[in-house]
Write a protein that binds this ligand. Structure first.
Ligand code: SAM
Length: 247
């Protein structure tokens, strides 16, 4: 794995990722808006629309939002369910969760969320616990992706669903060159201005370029045991939404 000029081993990747999110936690939400020009909000809305959480039912609807960071997805899910869904926002990084928990005080349904520090590769939850598992812009940061997907499958109930939102490589002719230029010329300098450091955002660009292509990632979902897997791409393939079911 590359981080800037250095080559690092798998075990070190998590440490670097943790340092990145420790450093940017307080400015994370602002950076998302600036870097994506606000479009990340539309992709997240589309993810939650696809999940379509129930607004009522005879039993609780439990969601694990993994790598949930500052709680963006969790908040959208609870709102879409009109306060019915119970969400666990889980992240390996205590600083991201601290910012999220502070923000959650002003959610419309603040009682529907719990923040829990955990590593996606080793979840502290029993088998068959959740109705849905979501992970937005998180899976590419996890060193052992297959392990995290296996864990997602384990903690989901039968009939449960996984949704993964992740950046993908832009391969649309004409747009790919512009996107590459934007990534290299705008994002690290913007990161320096907003967070004081360009390096985390250099890591960010590289991690997107290394993430498996959609068909390859869909195969990993299948390997974890998910059925009826599919994906759809957003905004010239900048982001891709993957779906699978535990049946
Ligand atoms: N889901 C949020 C969003 O869409 O705004 C946050 C995404 S942020 C780009 C990636 C998150 O993944 C960070 O909060 C980071 O701490 C978390 N992360 C990285 N490695 C992880 C791991 N092994 N287990 C759980 N979370 C992890």
């Amino acid at each position: 794995t590359h981080f800037g000029e250095r080559t690092v081993a798998m075990e070190d990747k998590q440490g670097l990722v943790n340092q990145v999110f420790h450093d940017v936690a307080d400015r994370y939400d602002l950076m998302n808006d600036l870097m994506s020009m606000g479009v990340h909000r539309l992709w997240k809305d589309a993810m939650v629309a696809e999940l379509a959480p129930p607004k009522a039912g005879s039993r609780p609807y439990k969601v694990l939002d993994m790598a949930g960071g500052t709680g963006d997805i969790g908040e959208r899910i609870v709102n879409a369910s009109l306060g019915y869904a119970e969400v666990v926002v889980s992240d390996i990084n205590a600083d991201m969760l601290r910012v999220g928990a502070e923000r959650a005080k002003s959610w419309r349904y603040p009682g529907q969320v719990e923040f829990r520090e955990a590593n996606a590769e080793e979840l502290p939850f029993a088998d068959n616990t959740f109705d849905a598992y979501t992970i937005a812009f998180g899976i590419r940061n996890v060193p052992r992706v297959q392990k995290a997907l296996d864990e997602a499958h384990r903690v989901l109930k039968r009939g449960g669903r996984i949704l993964v939102l992740e950046f993908s490589q832009v391969d649309v002719p004409g747009f790919d060159a512009a996107y590459r230029t934007y990534s290299d010329a705008v994002i690290p300098p913007l990161g320096r201005v907003v967070t004081g450091d360009a390096q985390p955002y250099q890591y960010f660009i590289e991690s997107i370029r290394k993430f498996p292509a959609p068909p390859e990632f869909t195969a990993m979902l299948g390997k974890a045991g998910f059925k009826r897997t599919k994906f759809q791409s957003f905004t010239g393939n900048i982001a891709t939404l993957f779906s699978g079911w535990k049946i």
